[in-house]
Design a protein around this ligand. Structure first.
Ligand SMILES: NC(=O)c1ccc[n+]([C@@H]2O[C@H](COP(=O)([O-])OP(=O)(O)OC[C@H]3O[C@@H](n4cnc5c(N)ncnc54)[C@H](OP(=O)(O)O)[C@@H]3O)[C@@H](O)[C@H]2O)c1
Length: 259
């Protein structure tokens, strides 16, 4: 039985960095990398010379593609030692300015596809297998003008932590990584470069290498939650104690958005 690691969102940003990190540290036979841009997956596999990389170009919001992936696993029956769900996107606009189709895709990718990947992969995991789902610091509070995104990440956080508890007796761990602003292509996707972009102020911007290193360390320790950076930790703490109306007022003030 071959041992495999699966990373979604491996074509850029934190997913790509997780793929590089896994290739350096985990013992497995194949690394399966998933995203839509095949050329990026090809470049990654060339970079990870010496590692057997299987490129799986697919849209995770496509139900038929997920079915084909499920059938591939059933046919090969591997042991999945690692699953990293990094694929996701957000939009920096008011709910009324985000097309409904885009909001539906966000929900489909950030929540349904992530949950489906857990459902699909768990039957192939054993004691010692690890799951890491990327949520966000935004998961802990309502965040106007990135409203749908923050709501999807609240789902990811709570789904992951609940699953962490359920799978403990089996020795499988689930870590919710909650990054603060991190310098990736996320911002190219979130901004439409029009006057409708409302999020313009970023009080800190972390390096994906540092965020992934912390996530990796916490994943190996089997922690349910992983955050990187003093500002991230302070924010999570403060939004637990402060009324969320006040938290939203401060956020809008930072973004220079009138109440
Ligand atoms: N950057 C931040 O400030 C930040 C903060 C908190 C949380 N996060 C979360 O961190 C995770 C990684 O994001 P990132 O910052 O690394 O951004 P990124 O560089 O834009 O990476 C997003 C990845 O998702 C993949 N993806 C997007 N739509 C997809 C689809 N329909 N099917 C399959 N793959 C898809 C993209 O690949 P293709 O385009 O090739 O499909 C890409 O590899 C996301 O869940 C994001 O929400 C980011």
């Amino acid at each position: 039985m071959s041992r495999i690691a699966i990373i979604t969102g491996a074509s850029s940003g934190m997913g790509r960095r997780f793929a590089q990190t896994a290739a350096m540290h985990v013992a497995f036979d194949e690394l399966w990398v998933i995203a839509r841009r095949e050329d990026r997956l090809e470049a990654l596999s060339q970079e990870l010379d010496g590692q057997t990389v299987r490129r799986i170009p697919m849209d995770l919001t496509d139900g038929e593609a997920l079915e084909r992936f499920t059938c591939t696993l059933a046919a090969e029956n591997p042991e999945i030692v690692l699953l990293v769900n990094a694929a996701g996107f957000g939009k920096f606009q008011a709910v009324e300015d985000v097309p409904r189709k885009t909001a539906d895709s966000m929900l489909a990718l950030n929540c349904s596809a992530l949950m489906d990947m857990c459902y699909i992969c768990l039957p192939y995991m054993k004691a010692g297998s690890r799951v890491l789902n990327i949520a966000s610091v935004a998961a802990f509070q309502p965040v106007p003008y990135i409203t749908e995104y923050a709501a999807t990440k609240a789902f990811v956080l709570n789904f992951s932590r609940g699953l962490w508890k359920e799978l403990r007796p089996k020795g499988i761990t689930v870590t919710a990584l909650c990054p603060y602003w991190t310098k990736t292509e996320f911002f190219d996707v979130a901004n439409n470069r029009t006057e409708k972009d409302r999020i313009t102020y970023f009080n800190a911007m972390y390096d994906p290498v540092d965020v992934v290193n912390r996530g990796w360390r916490d994943l190996l320790k089997g922690r349910d939650l992983s955050t990187f950076g003093f500002i991230a930790r302070m924010q999570i703490l403060l939004v637990k104690i402060l009324p969320h109306r006040l938290v939203m007022k401060v956020w809008c003030g930072q973004q220079k958005i009138a109440d």
